[in-house]
Each structure stands twice: as C-alpha cells, then as structure tokens.
Design a protein around this ligand. Structure first.
Ligand code: 0PR
Length: 387
C-alpha cells in the first residue's frame, strides 16, 4: 500500500484501465456460458442506497430482515410451499452446503454418505470435503437424468441425503424427483433438490403451459430446495436461495449468537456477516417483475434457445445433445475435436462452458437474436476450417 491515498477520479481511472482491458461484458453478447446476467437498472439504484445492510446482525436491520422473510415467502410460494423457511445466501454453493449440513445433522451416524447424480454441481464435492461425507455419484440414463434404480441400490444405513437436480449445470435437465421423493419417503432419507438454476425458470414454464415434471415441495419427500436469485432470478451477485420445508428442520441446526449489537439471534447460514442488499434486491425484483415479467423473460430465452438449436442442427459436424432443451440451456458436441473448437471460439471472443464431452450455452436475458446468429456463423466457419 502506498503511504498517500489518491483521488477518487484516479481510483476510477485505474480500475477502468484494468477492467476495460481484461473483463468481458454482458452487453457484448459473447458471454454464452454464464448463468448470471446483467443487473436491472432498479437493482443498481437500490445498490446505491442500501448496500450497507448486514443480515448477519438482523436485530439492527429489522426492516431488511422483514423483506428477506417476504422474499422467502414469495420464493416458497413459487415452489408450492408458502410456509417454507430459509435465507437469501451467497449462492447455490452455500445453499447446497447448508442443506447437506442439515441433512447430516438430522440423521447423524458415524459414516455419513450422500447420494448425488453424476451431473451434480461441484458444490456437493465441496460439502462432502468440508464435512467428511462420503459422496456416491450415480450414473445417468440416456436422458441425462439420474438412474433412480441405481440410487435405490446405493442406499445404505449410512445414507444421510439423496440429491436430485432440477436444471442440471451442463444441460438444464430435470431429474425424476417424484421417484426420488418416493424412495426418500420409503427409506426415511432426507431429499434435497438443487434447483439453483431451474427454481426461477420451471415455475414460469409451468405457467406458460410447458410440461414441467414435479420437482418442488408438492412432493412430500422434498425437504429443501436451492433456488438462486442471481441466476434466472436476475438478482445481484451474490444472491442465492435456500428453502426448507419447515422451520422445524432449521430449529435444531441454529447457532446462538448472543452478543450481537442487534441482540441475540439464531443463525443457520454458513457465513456470519451477509448481504442485506441481496435480500432487499431479491424482494424488489420479485415485486417489480411479477409473474408476468418473469414469464416474458423466460419466454424470450426459450425462443432463443430453440432458434439456436435449429441453427446448430444445420451446421455440418455439430450435434445437439439435449433436443428438445427443457430449459434455456443447450449442449452440443462435434465430430471434430471439441477442445479445438472451444479454443477457436475463445480466440474469436466467445465464452462457452466447456464440459468433458460437450460445450454448453446458457441463453440468459443479456443474449439477443443477433448474438446467436453471429455465434452460429463463427462456429460454422471454425468447423469448416477443421474439415
Ligand atoms: N447448483 C447448480 C445446478 C449450478 O448450476 C450451480 C452453478 C450451483 C449449484 C452453484 O451456484 P453458485 O455458483 O451460485 O455457488 N452454476 C453455474 C456453473 O457452474 C455457475 C456459473 C455462473 C458459472 C456464472 C459461470 C458463470 O459465468 O456453471
């Protein structure tokens, strides 16, 4: 650190120098592999006013706490349980870790094991690592969903949780959560649903008349759900959502923090100090967009993902993996070397998600039709050059 500070203007200039030369932007339309998106103008305005709220000490910020409760109620209602309880956390990772901790605690035994699909997000590996859980990964069917028979076979006296995914990271597919719920109820095991991405897509697809398999609290076996505002909720980074079926589950897993300035609280989040702004913004966006606003956004993203799918199918040597896409996520593979295709796309400024045997595109609200068209044109010329 320098001894003397510099002016505000100089600070801005130095930041801009570094960021403009190195960062990508949502507006360029070239970020095709992200599950986050450009914030709404409303969120930026709110940030300037309310960025200082800390829900780690909610007694000081009772209004913010109230809005968080209301945001959780709205999210719970979308997922068919207005009585669900939970928090706006830092993202899907914290939400999934919290769920695994609570599952482990509510069914404690000496050698806890969790059962997850192969398609599960890395946050479950992190949870397993942090809590020394044995993680059992279950193969997928030809539909890229978890093989439920293999889940049943993997259950042992040590199983503390089964995980199903409603919107996988790679392809946005939904596991047969109804079957998992039956298994969980039958065997008395905790079932967590990772709907980090799908939690703010599926409720609107259902209202739009799409066929949406059951995945939420309507299924009795589902004990908790991750549903992130900072993905398709259009919330600020970071804003994740964790919901539990009832307060009973949480009650046994609180930490008492008696000395806080705002008074004694019971805390179940992993972090202490946490963004009250994330909760305020989530509440605000839910109110501002309403169901109709979200439906409009989801409809546009689905229209574009289907356009992308049709265009990709016309490119010789490219194969779409998930046809039709269940959500605004599409994977493709190629007869040519996928690693080289990814590298060439990056050289041309495109950023996709690269998985072991597919490239993934997520059509988020910042993507426009012209971006899709430009992308397909570039991909076509890359594939041509490899022939
Ligand atoms: N669960 C699922 C199903 C996810 O897809 C993700 C992340 C998580 C949990 C974890 O969420 P957090 O990242 O909020 O902790 N899904 C994206 C992914 O890994 C995250 C992402 C976002 C990646 C923006 C890239 C990016 O630019 O692909």
């Amino acid at each position: 650190m320098e001894a003397e500070g510099i002016s505000e203007e100089e600070v801005f200039n130095q930041i801009l120098d570094t960021l403009q030369a190195n960062d990508m932007s949502y507006d360029s339309g070239r970020i095709l592999g992200s599950m986050c998106t450009k914030p709404l103008e409303l969120t930026i305005k709110l940030y300037q006013k309310f960025f200082d709220r800390n829900l780690g000490d909610p007694g000081l910020w009772k209004g913010t706490w109230k809005l968080e409760r209301e945001a959780i109620k709205i999210l719970g209602t979308l997922l068919h349980n207005p009585d669900a309880t939970g928090y706006i956390v830092t993202g899907g990772t914290e939400a999934n870790i919290m769920a695994m901790r609570i599952a482990r605690n509510s069914h404690f035994n000496g050698h806890p094991e969790i059962i997850v699909p192969y398609s599960a997000h890395a946050s479950f590996d992190k949870a397993a690592d942090l809590m020394r859980l044995k993680i059992i990964k279950i193969p997928l069917t030809s539909e890229y969903t978890v093989d439920t028979e293999a889940v049943e076979e993997a259950i042992s006296k040590n199983t503390v949780a089964i995980v199903g995914i409603a919107g996988t990271t790679a392809l946005g597919v939904v596991d047969p959560i109804d079957k998992l719920s039956e298994i969980a109820l039958d065997r008395g095991i905790y079932l967590h649903v990772d709907a980090a991405f799908g939690g703010l897509v599926l409720p609107f697809l259902a209202k739009m008349g799409y066929h949406v398999p059951p995945y939420d609290f309507l299924l009795e076996g589902v004990q908790s759900i991750t549903a992130d505002p900072h993905k398709m909720g259009l919330g600020p980074i970071p804003s994740g959502g964790i919901l539990f079926r009832s307060d009973e589950i949480l009650k046994k897993n609180h930490y008492e923090i008696p000395y806080l300035a705002g008074g004694n609280i019971r805390q179940a989040t992993i972090v202490g100090t946490r963004s009250g702004f994330a909760a305020i913004a989530t509440w605000a966006i839910f109110k501002y967009l309403g169901e109709k606003g979200y439906i409009k956004i989801v409809r546009r993203c689905m229209k574009l993902i289907n356009l992308l799918k049709e265009e990709l199918k016309k490119v010789d040597g490219i194969r779409v993996v998930n046809d039709p896409p269940q959500m605004n996520v599409l994977g493709f593979t190629s007869d040519y070397n996928l690693h080289i295709i990814d590298k060439r796309l990056r050289e041309k400024g495109w950023a996709l998600g690269a998985f072991p045997n597919l490239l993934r595109i997520v059509i988020m609200p910042h993507i426009k039709k012209c971006h899709v068209e430009n992308f397909v044109r570039d991909l076509e010329s890359i594939v041509q050059s490899l022939k």
